[in-house]
Design a protein around this ligand. Structure first.
Ligand SMILES: [Zn+2]
Length: 175
């Protein structure tokens, strides 16, 4: 027989049933379902691990989808037919303060023969904008983008924006 943890009175089934000691009036906690602190922490750890595995799985899935996403500056794909238009998508990357002056100074180099750090910076920004473009296409349910186009826009505070635009579509291999 269980005893009241407050007053030590033996508990009747009735007391257990309504979870209250009739002797002292204290509430009885149901210990049968209660987890120890360690058990709770362990469960939390497991939950965290599960979440991290899930995040990693989703990232992998997204990377795979990005890799498989087809892109064209044109409006069709050889050997595929467009079965659905998902809408216009865009991806933006802003290059920080001070970029534009650097950019102006390096502009000749960019369009010249020499590849340099500045060109790499632009290339990296284009790639990042492109990834955002693809991510937004994936969100729309597309598996390809047609009419891919880049815009460079000068913003306030000496910043420059790299915009990638296109139309998200769903394509299927044509028979
Ligand atoms: Zn009691």
């Amino acid at each position: 027989m269980d005893k009241c943890p407050t007053c030590g009175k033996e508990l009747t089934e009735e007391m257990i049933c309504i979870k209250m000691c009739f002797q002292c009036g204290s509430k009885l906690e149901d210990n049968s379902n209660k987890l120890s602190k360690n058990e709770i922490n362990m469960l939390k750890e497991i939950e965290k691990e599960k979440e991290q595995i899930e995040i990693a799985r989703k990232e992998k899935e997204l990377k795979e989808k990005i890799k498989q996403h087809l892109l064209t500056t044109g409006f069709n794909f050889e050997g595929y037919k467009i079965s659905e238009y998902k809408g216009i998508v865009s991806g933006q990357v802003v290059l920080g303060t001070g970029f534009f002056s650097e950019f102006s100074a390096a502009v000749n180099d960019i369009f010249g023969t020499e590849s340099n750090a500045m060109a790499n910076k632009v290339q990296t920004a284009k790639k990042a904008a492109m990834n955002k473009l693809i991510e937004s296409s994936i969100k729309q349910g597309g598996n390809a983008i047609i009419g891919v186009d880049f815009d460079f826009v000068t913003l306030i505070n000496n910043m420059i924006g790299v915009f990638a635009n296109g139309t998200s579509v769903f394509i299927e291999k044509s028979i």
